[in-house]
Design a protein. Structure first.
Length: 201
């Protein structure tokens, strides 16, 4: 009987959710190559690849949970794929002079630090993403997309300037929420670490 239960709950490694995660990883270098292209078409292609990759983040997580396809590989690969996409976009935007250095530094330190913290804490408790964390992700995607789109080539200059100004303020809000939610994760981790093992679950 135990053997039957184990077989019934075993999830294959190469399931749809994990395949989507690996597709997202594979799209990161494609995105980078397009970003380095010196044409409006290449830049628009980079935007499309970025948005498709970002969309698979929500999709693979939904599929994994709704279809019972959660695997240890997915738990590790999914956040790595997410961070790789965002970090690549931030570094490329900084390298071309679009965003100041402190934006990628703040976001990258927070993202890598909290990801490491969640891995460390997983033995005590799974630290699920908070609503603030989800808002942080949305704001990051919005402002990165705002800076990726070649507005100057698609809109009159005055309209492009307005869009870029709005994108600047979204970026500042994204950085603020990124820092605040990072501190929140640290506080939660400290509370979990101090709590009795039984209560940490």
């Amino acid at each position: 009987m135990p053997t039957h239960n184990e077989g019934a709950t075993q999830v294959p490694l190469w399931n749809l959710a994990n395949v989507l995660t690996m597709v997202r990883v594979a799209l990161v270098p494609v995105f980078a190559v397009l970003m380095l292209g010196d044409s409006t078409a290449a830049r628009v292609g980079a935007v499309v690849v970025f948005l498709v990759a970002a969309a698979t983040d929500k999709l693979d997580g939904h599929i994994a949970r709704s279809r019972g396809l959660v695997t240890n590989f997915g738990k590790i690969a999914d956040p790595i794929a997410d961070k790789a996409l965002v970090i690549a976009a931030l570094l490329l935007l900084w390298a071309e002079g679009t965003i100041p250095w402190w934006v990628p530094v703040t976001i990258i330190v927070r993202e890598l630090g909290i990801t490491l913290l969640r891995f460390i804490m997983v033995r005590r408790a799974v630290m699920a993403a908070s609503n603030g964390g989800k808002l942080k992700t949305v704001l990051q995607i919005v402002f990165i997309t705002g800076y990726l789109v070649p507005w100057g080539a698609l809109l009159p200059q005055a309209a492009a300037d307005v869009v870029l100004l709005c994108t600047w303020w979204v970026m500042l809000l994204a950085v603020l929420v990124t820092v605040v939610t990072g501190v929140d994760y640290v506080v939660r981790a400290v509370r979990i670490a101090r709590a009795p093992t039984r209560g940490a679950a």
